[in-house]
Design a binder for this molecule. Sequence first.
Ligand SMILES: [Ca+2]
Ligand SMILES: [Ca+2]
Ligand SMILES: [Ca+2]
Length: 247
Amino acid sequence: MFVFYGGASRFTASISLASADAVVLGEHSCGLSTGHRYGRFGYSLAGAGNLDVTPDDGSDVETDDLVIGAPYLQTCMLTDPPETCTCGSAEVGAAYWVPGGSYSGMVNASTLGVTFRPSDLYLRALMGWSVDAGDITGTEDELGVGDGRPDLVIGAPWYTIAGAARGGAFVFSGDQVASPPPSSSFTTPMAHLWLGGEDPYDYAGWSVATGGDLNQDGEPDILVGAFGSDRGGFLSGAAYVVLSSHD
Ligand SMILES: [Ca+2]
Ligand SMILES: [Ca+2]
Ligand SMILES: [Ca+2]
């Protein structure tokens, strides 16, 4: 992922990505000689607002942050030395929250921020195929009213529960992610909310979005795309709307 720091006068004409201010990389890939293990970091990305702001103690960190997906990340890339990568080829996938900052040169997402991945490292999930962020929820309000801190939505379209590739989206509470003691890694059972696909091969979570207030209750709502859904006929596809609150 290439980062350019803004400025109205800078973003004109054309800029080569080679002159980006920083390049954010995912976890290592294994070489071609070891069987094409790769993560495809940057397949999805989104601005994540300012998740690590600390509201009550005056020590606010004012940088806006990032969420980035690497849906083809494989188990061996986490567990084996780069030169071997001898494990199976399950594409578990991962997503990374990266705090904002004045980065330069090449930086690594897994050492900068927080990693999200399935708890089962041998199950193909393609987690991180889609990502977005918005203040969907706060931990102190069971009605889902936001707490001012962005939360993360991470799609996993191949995630399998009771049938292949139902897919779905995991919501991780920003409050949970930012709460001390800081954790560098979250797994799917720690998610605040799971929005699971209805049927096998729905591929729910192929796309996700937050931020729109569809029902005008002041809180962002969640959209989950499932292109394999048969709701409207064979492979009609569907887009699910999950409102932050409803009567
Ligand atoms: Ca921040
Ligand atoms: Ca929140
Ligand atoms: Ca709403």
